[in-house]
Design a protein around this ligand. Structure first.
Ligand SMILES: Cc1ncc(COP(=O)(O)O)c(C=O)c1O
Length: 463
């Protein structure tokens, strides 16, 4: 009996398995992930997280600029969200009745739609990918057309519908066949979009306002032009704001930068408060009503856990935190500071090609250098695997400067930063000084950076 009670204490259970956690996870789960973590030295055994910080088994503090792929906009373990969740756990609120109108879902929908007043309805789901699937279904059912147009390099998830409109080959490889009538076009190409729309069989165009893979920024006039073309040809304009939404780019939704009002907006990630998975499809009533068009079809699109109390409470509390801590404005200001500091490195470091981003979604893009010595080193590692150079930056950022970040995508030379929106001035200094130190070191030949590059090459060849 005592043993059973002990196994319910998650903190004690977590602490007890510290030593063999990687072995256990590798044995029963993703062994390749464990191999990769060990190879790049990320197997530090994180034990605690608070706000923007992670702490490893030795108590060393790290700054998390990956944010769980954009989940931790308000930081990890935010006390206000925790209190909201506790209030649900400590209550006997009715949950998942299914044959009732879930009250917390109604409240969250109301609050979300106040932020996006041109839309009328909210459909909740459990993950970003599930929201994408729902949007595709809403698009097809409401227009009676099959086509879904999406962009090269797009990332909308990896479930079958979402994968069918994923613009990255590395995610699709091995999983064909995909859904029919999904049409890929280049990002930032309005004529390619019009060429597809003009045919008259396109239900929707789905696009990330800023592409997460690569942090690709829309060209001047692209979001407005795409929305206008969709309207002209009777297709829906779907903005996938799963990564860019909820303040990430310095506006509540990224589309606000371009004054675009999509027919459907998708949000997820940050809405969870970092605690409970949740996603939302915000849309126009006329689209929603085409799917739920009779009492018989009141449950035509449902998901068992979608409106559970904990997820709804996490969403409500996260919106409160975003507003009370003025995090959208803060993201714009802090993001400007980081962008400015990174941009100043371009003329000083020949490997730095471009700095892209908005708010707290930023990439430093590196490119083949001009000078002979650097170019030779670059070619050596890039010949083995395109994009390997990014790790010459991310690994020392982690090992020497205790900053967690990642490259912006497969074969990408861009290093991406998705900081929690709450980071302080001192954190900014930490980031700017560390990034500059690592970039400066990468310009020394011979040097530690390129020795690391050679180690990465031999590891790559061993895979
Ligand atoms: C823009 C975008 N859409 C959809 C998804 C898929 O979300 P999930 O991983 O929750 O299914 C992601 C995840 O990274 C994303 O960035």
């Amino acid at each position: 009996m005592a043993g059973r009670a002990h196994s319910l204490d998650m903190t004690a259970l977590f602490a007890r398995r510290e030593r063999d956690c990687y072995e256990l996870y590798g044995r029963h789960g993703n062994e390749q992930l464990v191999r990769m973590l060990k190879t790049v030295g990320y197997d530090v055994g994180f034990c605690r997280s608070e706000g923007q910080y992670l702490f490893d088994r030795n108590g060393t503090r790290y700054l998390d600029l990956l944010s769980g792929f954009g989940v931790f906009a308000i930081g990890q373990n935010h006390p206000a969200v925790r209190a909201a969740l506790r209030s649900v756990l400590d209550s006997d609120l009715p949950n998942l009745i299914q044959m009732d109108a879930p009250r917390l879902a109604a409240i969250l929908a109301d609050r979300l739609l106040k932020e996006v007043p041109y839309l009328d309805k909210a459909f909740f789901a459990n993950s970003g990918g599930e929201a994408v699937e729902a949007a595709m279904k809403f698009g097809r059912a409401s227009t009676g057309r099959p086509g879904i147009v999406y962009c090269d390099h797009a990332f909308h998830g990896v479930s079958y519908g979402a994968l069918s409109i994923n613009g990255g080959e590395s995610f699709r490889s091995g999983f064909a066949p995909f859904l029919p009538d999904c049409i890929r076009i280049p990002f930032n190409d309005l004529s390619a979009l019009e060429n597809e729309l003009i045919v008259g069989n396109v239900a929707a165009f789905i696009v990330e306002p800023i592409q997460g893979k690569g942090v690709n920024i829309p060209a001047v006039g692209y979001p407005q032009g795409a929305a206008e073309l969709c309207r002209r040809y009777g297709a829906l304009f779907i903005a996938d704001e799963i990564q860019t939404g909820l303040g990430r780019t310095g506006r509540f939704l990224a589309v606000e930068h371009w004054n675009v009002e999509p027919d459907i907006v998708l949000i997820a990630k940050a809405l969870s408060g970092g605690y409970v998975p949740v996603s939302a499809v915000l849309l126009r009533k006329r689209i929603f009503d085409k799917v739920y068009d009779s009492m018989d079809r009141a449950m035509v699109a449902v998901s068992t856990f979608a409106e559970n109390n904990l997820a709804m409470a996490a969403g409500i509390a996260t919106l409160e935190v975003l507003a009370s801590e003025r995090l959208v404005e803060r993201a714009a200001k802090t993001g400007d500071r980081l962008m400015h500091a990174f941009s100043e490195m371009i003329p000083r470091y020949e490997l730095v090609h471009e700095v892209r981003g908005k708010g707290m979604m930023i990439a430093i893009d590196f490119a083949r250098p001009r000078s002979f010595k650097l170019r030779t080193e670059w070619d050596l590692i890039e010949a083995v695997r395109e994009g390997l150079f990014g790790q010459v930056i991310t690994i020392p950022l982690f090992a020497d400067h205790k900053i967690l970040c990642q490259v912006a995508g497969t074969n990408s030379h861009a290093v991406k930063f998705l900081p929690p929106l709450i980071i302080s001035d001192a954190d900014c200094e930490w980031i700017i000084n560390s990034v500059e130190a690592v970039i400066a070191a990468s310009h020394h030949v011979p040097g530690a950076a390129w020795s690391l590059g050679k180690t990465l090459v031999s590891n790559s060849l061993r895979i």
